[in-house]
Design a protein around this ligand. Structure first.
Ligand code: ASP
Length: 346
């Protein structure tokens, strides 16, 4: 149900969606969102209010960072009481990282925060941006008859699918189906109607206010294993000064080479207080380090399971937990529990 008095704040951070072609040079340039209605006359047909605010300058999402995430959180916090929902327009390249980070930074929200973007700029005839944007806006203001929003979560809406933000990964550089949520079903599908899977959606804890977090620790790295990785490479990464957290991308169910130098390097790092989280390079399934000897070595070294987390969720969760000044032991305990539906613990 969409109320005529509803309002959404549209936050344009940058990315392809808000671009038009410079007729002289042929290159894509960001347009001023104050002129959105000029580029999208469909806006005039919406029955609710859309206000917009934009990053100055808008950025390619390759330039998104912790400061950018904090800027989005700040905009949402400052405007929280004034709007029914928020739509964040974002480049697709790092959207899954931003959606994951925001899911932790916006704790216990009771309003939708929907990220979307497009593969083709809004200024192009075949754009996928208009549909993504209009549907994201509708979802941001859509409510149950009792007035509660259907999706009070941080989500990505892209090409018909509404997905929990911290379950997403960009999977296609070209196709309009750019995102997938491999280990969790979609929260809604938009066709002729928007069909919500209500039982899959997280609702805020009652009698608790939303909390907006700004503390993130940058001393986190992703280490992806590959056959032939050398001791020097692994040691160089695990000895980065001030390193506090590692997302270790392993094989299959969480397996790593059975080499003494490798096990020793990992154990040394854990003993120095570095939290190492095991996520699989496979896109579906979960880490089970007890299954093979090749996983057990990691378990014995003190590596903690990331279960079926995406890398994007694991790395931003580590930044978030470490940013709150927790000890390594506390971080490990929290890594094992879902904070915002980002993992299934088996
Ligand atoms: N490079 C662009 C970005 O991520 C691509 C896009 O918007 O889809 O900002």
């Amino acid at each position: 149900m969409i109320d005529n008095n509803a309002s959404v704040l549209l936050i344009y951070t940058g990315g392809t969606i808000g671009m038009i072609e410079n007729r002289d040079t042929g290159s894509l340039e960001a347009f001023d969102f104050k002129h959105l209605k000029m580029h999208m006359p469909e806006f005039a047909l919406l029955k609710f209010t859309v206000d917009s605010i934009q990053f100055d300058p808008p950025i390619d999402s390759s330039d998104m960072d912790m400061e950018g995430w904090m800027q989005i959180v700040r905009i949402i916090q400052d405007n929280y009481s004034r709007y029914d929902g928020f739509v964040v327009l974002h480049g697709t390249d790092t959207m899954a990282y931003t959606a994951s980070a925001l899911s932790f930074m916006l704790e216990n929200i009771d309003k939708p925060v929907i990220l979307t973007g497009s593969q083709l700029p809004i200024g192009k005839v075949r754009t996928d941006g208009k549909e993504n944007l209009i549907t994201a806006l509708e979802i941001a203001v859509d409510k149950a008859p009792d007035g509660r929003p259907f999706v009070p979560e941080v989500c990505i809406f892209f090409q018909n699918d509404l997905m929990r933000g911290n379950r997403t990964t960009k999977v296609n550089a070209e196709n309009f189906h750019a995102f997938k949520s491999f280990n969790y079903p979609v929260l809604a599908q938009a066709g002729v109607h928007i069909k919500y899977e209500h039982h899959l959606i997280i609702h805020p804890r009652i009698r608790q206010m939303p909390r907006f977090h700004y503390m993130l620790d940058p001393n986190v790295v992703i280490l992806k294993l590959f056959p032939g990785i050398s001791p020097d490479m692994v040691k160089a990464i695990l000895n980065i000064p001030n390193l506090k957290g590692v997302v270790l991308e392993t094989y299959g169910m969480g397996n790593a080479p059975n080499l003494s130098w490798f096990g020793k390097a990992v154990k040394d790092a854990v003993d120095r207080g570095i939290v190492i989280v095991n996520v699989s390079q496979c896109i579906t399934g979960t880490v089970e380090m007890e299954c093979y000897h090749a996983g057990k070595i990691l378990l014995d070294a003190g590596v903690v399971s990331g279960y079926n987390s995406t890398t994007e969720a694991a790395v931003t969760k580590l930044m978030f937990l470490l940013g709150h000044g927790m000890t390594a032991a506390q971080v490990k305990e929290h890594v094992k529990c879902p904070l915002m539906g980002e993992i299934d613990v088996n």
